[in-house]
Ligand binder design. Structure first.
Ligand code: SAM
Length: 238
């Protein structure tokens, strides 16, 4: 039986708070990777759309595109819907679907696919099944933009603070550490901390398991041409 673990609902409230710092660099690159997409072919699929950060970048980069935003986590989807409904353009062009990479019902044709921060939750067989469904729907030249974790081989990663953000009288911190939990898998432990006057007033720990692989592995799986844009972000061309 398929079990998509909802790693994200317990910490969805923190996602945009700490993400915004990273996204100022990666959003323009994601937008550039999509430039020139023929959006007449079908909607652009945003798989694992989260709170809608990637959805919004797609919609702004491709002003004619319809966007199919698929997100399984109820809390993340609440933020996604909230983002979409407040913007007339997004409201008109973005369809939000509660589903997963494994189960989503796809339209006959797609113009492009964006899979940011998601593919490592799928094992090799699930990825193969996904490629088998996605690739025939894309025209020649269409981009499949992927964002992975920079760690491509299981290895211990010492705790590091990955983000900090102030909101009103409180500060928010995200900490991450990792350890191998299989020949091609990492267990990542994240701690989200809320501080007031330097004292932690709330702390939430979550662990995620993530298959490790790189863009070149995806190129081999798909037969597509790969272009690495940053250590995390890359594009595969149909
Ligand atoms: C790191 S977030 C990325 C969100 C968004 N794409 C972005 O770039 O900000 C990963 C998202 O993938 C979703 N996710 C996890 N497993 C998934 C699956 N099997 N299929 C689709 N989405 C999944 C999570 O719920 C979460 O919202």
């Amino acid at each position: 039986m398929l079990r998509v673990i909802d790693y994200y609902s317990p910490t969805a409230e923190f996602y945009d708070l700490v993400g915004v710092q990273r996204w100022t660099q990666s959003d323009p690159l994601l937008a550039t990777a999509l430039t020139g997409t023929d959006t007449a072919h079908g909607p652009v699929l945003d798989l694992g759309a989260g709170t809608g950060r990637s959805t919004e970048v797609i919609a702004r980069a491709l002003p004619e595109a319809r966007v199919l935003a698929v997100e399984p986590s109820p809390a993340m989807r609440a933020a996604l819907t909230s983002r979409v409904v407040r913007d007339e353009e997004l409201r008109r062009r973005v369809t939000v679907v509660a589903s997963s990479a494994q189960e989503v019902e796809l339209p006959e044709r797609l113009s492009a696919v964006v899979i940011c921060g998601v593919l490592g939750y799928l094992d090799r067989a699930e990825r193969a099944a996904l490629w088998g469904r996605l690739l025939p729907r894309l025209p020649s030249g269409a981009p499949v933009v992927v964002e992975l974790m920079a760690v491509k081989v299981p290895q211990p990663v010492a705790p590091m603070r990955i983000a900090r953000q102030r909101l009103g009288e409180q500060e928010y911190e995200a900490w991450l550490s990792g350890e191998p939990c299989g020949p091609d898998r990492m267990r990542w432990s994240a701690t989200w901390r809320v501080l007031r006057d330097g004292e932690a007033v709330r702390e939430i720990d979550v662990t995620h398991e993530w298959y490790t692989f790189g863009l070149e592995d995806l190129a081999a799986e798909t037969g597509l041409t790969a272009k690495q844009l940053t250590p995390e972000l890359g594009v595969l061309l149909r």
